[in-house]
Design a protein. Sequence first.
Length: 91
Amino acid sequence: MELLAVSTGIAIAYGIGLWVVLIIAPATITALKGQWALFAAGWITLGMVWWIAGLRLGRPESWWARHLYGPDKLARAESRYGTTASHQEIV
């Protein structure tokens, strides 16, 4: 059987890389999309919910929506979650 890592340092680097890809990245995406309830639930489910939240549409006021969504996708997000006070004009 051939080992993937030839030293302890490389094995640690592999472990940290897996941890970042499997846990940190989905958690960060969930937070950037403004899915705070799913972010909290991810701590209980050991990160499984973060993978689902990463695939869902972000809230229209989130950083993710403001920077990465075009007009069509932003309109979809607003129709799903509704507009917030920050997006409504004060009359």
